[in-house]
Design a protein around this ligand. Sequence first.
Ligand code: KIV
Length: 265
Amino acid sequence: MQKITTTVLKKMKQSGEKFTCLTAYDASFAIAQEEAGVEVILVGDSLGMVVKGQVSTLSVSMDEMVYHSANVARPCQKSLIMTDLPFASDITKEQTLANAARLMSEGGSHMVKIEGGALMLETIEFLSQRGVAVCSHLGLLPQSVYKMGGYRIQGRTKQEADQILSDAIALEHAGADILLLECVPAELAERVTSSVNVPVIGIGAGVNCDAQVLVCYDMLGLTHGTPASFVKNFLKDSDSIQDAFKSYVEQVKNGQFPGIEHSYS
Ligand code: KIV
């Protein structure tokens, strides 16, 4: 695998080659994912749930994100490292820039992910103009779980779908380098993906996104409780964790994952 940059990912979108993303929170998982050919490693604030055992992502602090980001970034040579800005670390654009700078300088991250649409436009533009690569997270926003009334599929009404599409286009114009769509109908994700020039990563968003992401523990069958219907256990038919990562990469690239059973209508 070549060294992955935003330029490489944009070229992959243009040529129709799908890329892969998985979460990692430590060096060992990051090495195994990079060796399997995972292009983007996400240090997700899902660590609040899968590492800390909390019920949501809300308790995750900036210090924790910096610590886990550094542990993931340290051994990686090729994958692009993307790190979440945790809950309430992005209230003002100046605060967001200062926190993004920490994730990059102390945490070794190449890109930050920020939840939110139209409300975040000014912030995305501010960061982008100052040289920070940004992924904008749309659809289900786990940091807004209490406001959204639970982990629910987004974009099912015409009004919600139109808002997500117009947010996606506006975020691209503001300077977002990647979009991430969580838990939206596959048809809406396809519309968004074909309406923007930047790559779109999907989770529970159907097969027609430019890339897919899963929480690594979920795709290894380690979900506490019932996994979401968009999750597939790749360890079930593999001999090792390394093989499960390779199988994920292969199945995303050849369009086998996600199937209809992992998608919403
Ligand atoms: O924190 C995370 O793991 C995420 C994924 C669910 C996309 O944001």
